[in-house]
Design a protein around this ligand. Structure first.
Ligand code: KE4
Length: 429
């Protein structure tokens, strides 16, 4: 596989940008390769600067549920470009997107648009602390809520991939207000609440974690979080930056029938442009400036261009049978990959919820951070390299998700499965 141009570009990038990338997970470090520099995308395909073409299961890490350059998204952005890109003043488009989110997501009565999932999560944490008058935040090991200090304690995603789940630079006093719990361990959380419940402002959870690989919640776990937080007067905050509008039009909360107090969103609601959001009960959101005293702001918050892409994306998602077809394709891929591993006699643990899935290179049932870490990351890296050589672009880390998009065709999925059969068989022992 030719990669000389990517290699040259990576060297050049490294002169000006730390690690040559603007986000660590892109560096391909854990899969031992020079990252490919992407030249273009179209539908479910991407092309790198050496002319290699790939079927894309990263989808910009989740935003591109429709695939690259969906015509309606392109049209909406072009239409906005006719009138401007950013004004730092209210525009009707922001109200339209906000209304679509409020009408789609069961627990969200009001929503504030920001520019990233990180901003959404850090703002929701500040709001929860102000609303409850408490300081402590509970998160789950292996979950990732963006890179605000308070969340970089045993975090997932790139923090886990690069082996530094607790980042230097986070003051002790900050870390002291973050309590880590075990995902799917309700009894453990009960114990935490029995000692610190009165100090806990909020429990943050990815309802279906996608940052330690994909780890489905055990039956009753999310409902248990709802009951426990209500009992102690703490807020339940769903981080639906990945699951929002992916697992259903109402997100994971709609799929599982659990209503959090606040919800963080991002990725899909921007349709590939920078949009984040946090929202919830009016009673809580009304504390946000300028209505209330809790400050949060952003030069490009609700940016018209980005919001236009988000509106166009949600319009497509809201159409009849969108999720039915997405589920059919996702199940086809998952079935095929499991069959491929079986045919090669590979010991794997596969997980899937809707169009987000993961194959762990372990024989252990993966239910949390600890069991996710039993995965053989060396085997994952070898599998990744072989798939890349065959034109299949997976997440360059065992601790991420593979995403199916509307643009994936049955033919692409079958081609992916064929490549997986060869890759599983060729893995070094
Ligand atoms: P951003 O700040 O990257 O927009 O969102 C942070 C975030 C918050 N919550 C969840 C559940 C997330 O998954 C993320 C970001 N996800 C990672 C990959 N899993 C983004 C990729 C990257 O860091 O480059």
């Amino acid at each position: 596989m030719k990669n000389s141009v990517s290699v040259k570009m990576f060297e050049e990038a490294g002169k000006y940008i730390p690690g040559g990338v603007n986000s660590p997970v892109r560096a391909f470090k854990s899969v031992g390769l020079n990252p490919v520099f992407i030249k273009s995308g179209q539908g479910a395909l991407i092309k790198d600067v050496d002319g290699n073409e790939y079927i894309d299961y990263v989808g910009s890490w989740g935003p591109l549920l429709l695939g690259h350059l969906h015509p309606e998204v392109v049209e909406a952005v072009k239409e906005c470009l006719e009138v401007g890109t950013s004004f730092g003043a209210p525009t009707e488009r922001e109200t339209i997107l906000a209304q679509m989110i409020v009408e789609a997501v069961p627990s969200v009565e009001m929503v504030r648009l920001v520019s990233s999932g990180t901003e959404a999560a850090m703002s929701a944490a500040r709001l929860a602390r102000a609303y409850t008058g408490r300081n402590k935040i509970v998160k789950f090991e292996g979950c990732y809520h963006g890179h605000a200090d308070m969340f970089l304690i045993k975090a997932g995603s790139g923090a886990l991939t690069h082996g530094v789940p607790t980042s230097p630079g986070v003051p002790e006093v900050t870390a002291g207000n973050t309590i880590n719990a075990g995902f799917n361990d309700l009894a453990g959380l009960e114990r935490i609440f029995s000692t610190a419940g009165e100090e806990i402002a909020a429990v943050f959870v990815e309802p279906v974690p996608g940052n330690m690989g994909v780890v489905p919640p055990k039956p009753g776990f999310l409902q248990g979080l709802r009951e426990l937080t209500s009992r102690y007067g703490s807020l339940l905050i769903f981080d639906e930056v990945i699951t929002g509008f992916r697992l259903s039009y109402g997100g994971a909360q709609s799929l599982f029938g659990v209503r959090p107090d606040l919800t963080c969103m991002g990725k899909i609601i921007g349709g590939g442009l920078p949009v984040g959001a946090y929202g919830g009960k009016k009673e809580i959101m009304s504390l946000i400036s300028p209505d209330g005293p809790v400050y949060q702001a952003g030069t490009l918050s609700g940016n018209p261009l980005a919001v236009s892409a988000g509106i166009a994306t949600l319009k497509v998602l809201g159409r009849k049978d969108f999720y039915v077809e997405l589920e059919r394709k996702s199940a086809r891929l998952a079935r095929g990959l499991a069959g491929a591993a079986g045919e090669a006699g590979r010991e794997m643990f596969f997980t899937r919820v809707g169009s987000m899935m993961c194959g762990f290179f372990t024989g252990t049932e993966v239910v949390d951070y600890e069991t996710a870490c039993t995965a053989n990351t060396g085997k994952y890296a070898s599998f990744f390299r072989r798939m890349l050589e065959q034109g299949i672009y997976l997440a360059p880390s065992q601790f991420e998700a593979a995403f199916v998009a509307q643009a994936h065709t049955d033919e692409m999925i079958d081609r992916t499965v064929e490549a997986a059969v060869k890759s599983f068989k060729a893995l070094e022992e």
